[in-house]
Structures are given as C-alpha cells and as structure tokens.
Design a protein around this ligand. Sequence first.
Ligand code: UDX
Length: 440
Amino acid sequence: MKPGASRGVPPLRIAIAGGGYVGLVTAAGLATLGHRITVAEAQEDRVHDLRAGRLPIREPGLGALWDRAMERGLAVTAPGEQAYAEAQLIIICVGTPPRDDWTQDLASLEGAARDIGSALAHSHQYSVVAVKSTVLPGTTQGPIRSAVEKASGRRAGGDFGLASVPEFLAEGNAVEDFLNPKRIVVGGLDDASTKMVLAAHEGLPGPRVVTDIPTAEMIKYVSNAFLAARVSLSNEIGNICKALGIDARRVLEAVGMDDRIGPKFLRSGVGFGGSCFAKDVRALAVRADTLALGSQMLRATLQVNEEQPRRLVELLRGRLDSLSGRRIALLGLAFKPGTDDVRESRGLAVARLLVQAGARVVAYDPMAIPNARRVAQDLEYVGTSAAALEGADACVIATEWPEFAHLGREFKAMRRGLVVDGRGALDPRDLNIEYEGLCW
Ligand code: UDX
C-alpha cells in the first residue's frame, strides 16, 4: 500500500512504547499506512540495531516493511518523556511476563505509563494512550490509567484519551495478520479515544469491533482460550482415538468440515507451545480463582497440554522397555515450524522428561538451536537430522518442520528405526521404520 493510500485522514504522529515483537510489527505496519512513527525501546543495543535496520526477530516480510518505514522517517529512541512528547497516539506494546504464581508482572507497563504521563504533563495537545500489551480486564482502566494520571496531573477522558487495542498476531504470520486482520478490536474510554485509534488503522481491511476497554481486553484472552481449548480437546480426543485404534487426524478432518466447527486448530499431537496460549490461559484461570468462580475448562486445557509430552515419553518407554542410557534423536525444538522461538516448546518439555529418565538426547532443529541452548544445557545439539539419527535407539518428532517430511534414508543410520511422531510430520508408508503416532 502506498503511504496514506485510501486513507481519508492525515497521517498521525504515533509513538510505540516497546520495540519487541508486537511493537515492531505494529510500528512497521502503521508506517505502511503513512503515519509518522517513533519507537521507544529500553535496551540501548537494540535501539542501535533497529536504527541500522537489524531486527531482533525473524518474521516473514518484516525486514522489507521495516526498511521502507525507516526510509519514510520511522525513528527509534530511548524511552522517556521525550519519546512521547509529540505523539497524538501512544500505543503501549511492552511485555507483561508471568510471575511464578501466574499473575502478570506489570512493572514495564507501569514504567511506560509513568514516562507517558510525564510527557503529557508538559504537552499542549490532546493525546490518546492505547494499550496493546495483553493485560487482564481492568488493567488499563486501573493501574495504567492511575500511573498516567499521577505522572501527568491530568485526567483520563477529559485531558487525554485511553483505549485498549489488543493484538492478534501469530508468529510467522504477524505481518499478514497486521495487514489483513480478521477484526480490529478497539475499546475506548470515550468517543474521542476510539476515533483516534480507528483513524490510525484506517486503510486496513476487516471488521471493526468498537467496545469498552474491559471488553476489548477480554476478547484477547477469550480468543486464545478458545484456540488453546480446541487444541487440548483435539488432543484428548486423539488419545481416545489412539486407544481405540482410530486415526484421530481422519476423525478431526471430517469433524472440521462442519462449518459450525471449522477446520482450524484441530491438529492433535504433543500440544501447544508459544508465548501466548499457556500464559494467557493461566492468567485467566488465576483471575477466575480470585473471583471465586473456578475455571475447570481453562485448567483442563492446561492439564491436557502438560500431559501430552508425558504420554509421548511413556509410549517411547513402552517400546524401549527402559529409557536409561538410550540415545534419542529429538527432531524439533521450536514451538511450531517457521520460528526460532522455544517458549513453552513441547519438544523441550519432552527433552526434559527424557533426560530425567536417564536418556541421552541428541537434538536438531533448523532454526531454534541457539535459543534452546540457552535454556537446556543438558542436551546435545547437532546441525542436521541425519547427525541426530545416527546411532539413535529411537527418534521423536516434536515440531512439524516441512523438511522432516522428506527424511528417508537417514533413518537407516539409526540403531533401531523406531520413530514416535508427536505432530504427524511423517508419512511412514514406504519408509522401513517402526512408526508410532501419538494420536493415530
Ligand atoms: C497464538 C495466536 O494464534 C495469536 O492470535 C495470538 O496473538 C498469540 O498466540 P502463536 O503462539 O504464534 O499465536 O502460534 P499458533 O500458530 O497459534 O500456535 C500455537 C501452538 O499451538 C503451537 O505450538 C502449535 O503447534 C499448536 N497447535 C496449533 C496445535 O498443536 N494444534 C493446532 O491445531 C494448532
């Protein structure tokens, strides 16, 4: 899209608080719409890298979008009052990491809110503060609003605007998700806040959902809870199918043809990983507890997900008698194909269980080894599938990287050609291996 093409409003001055995954995609995407963007990022070396066009994340299409945004004047700066002084719209995209008790750590968010408040204290223009970070309902109108009001000495609603504009970006598809959203959800404190956020997104396709702030915050959690629950239900169904000698994939494919159900997020296997599903479902479950409501479905979603790697390891133990001293080739460490992200990776969950059982795990992943190495030092890492399979007593597939589907003669180098597939990554026909699927 050309700058400002098909937009009826003049470009806005927009500041993005946080140059992480969500902040960078949002900044580059909004720049494509013709807006003047400043990104405020706390890590000095990252500011330096971003200015030089070096992105800290891999995301298809983001590099090209970023370069064009820089040509159009996108600026990267340290956070603080100055970063937000000129902005008409400030979008907070900082992280909300979980604490040990699954509650959210809001320190970065409140820090950004204070900086923004200090900027608003000296500003003569009307600005809107919008929260894109995933926060539980009540957070934007509670601690965030208070922090901005306190630091600015101004009042939300009259003196500045407040909104929630949750993100629905899936890793590996984030640029596409931004440019072609399924819906844009805007929760505004008042009309002026909502209008500003809508104006920033003018030019993007898709329906707009205009609502209040807590509803917008909740939509994000419920979207992730539904998707995660579908995966866990598919996995539970998959376990039952397996015990009955039925291929769960055929069952779920047919079930998904019913348009009341739909075909997506019905792939059974070793479970979901990633930065959002487990974190958000846990946070919502804990919130339900604090409301004395209980959360059976949310907790079951998490329990089934924790159980799948254990099932896979038990299947392997059953085939090998004992895991102690066995050499296991682990193919796949990323939480899904197309990313180097290992957060909540099911492959690493399997690896931990195998190591606990005394196995020697030799792991390969096309992208995620550097990140895996940082969190799992007790695995051996190798540069190819073939090297992992060489002399292995068994192989586990934990991520459905397309290259695994082409493996063939590499299995011949195994001591015993036993493959336990947690993702349906392999078609075992014509392969001379002992194949065992987790749910089929
Ligand atoms: C998800 C949401 O899709 C996105 O909208 C939200 O903003 C963040 O969380 P992401 O974590 O990037 O995005 O990955 P996604 O593609 O949704 O997959 C999540 C996990 O579920 C992966 O580990 C994937 O392997 C697993 N999954 C997905 C299944 O096991 N079965 C399925 O049918 C679908």
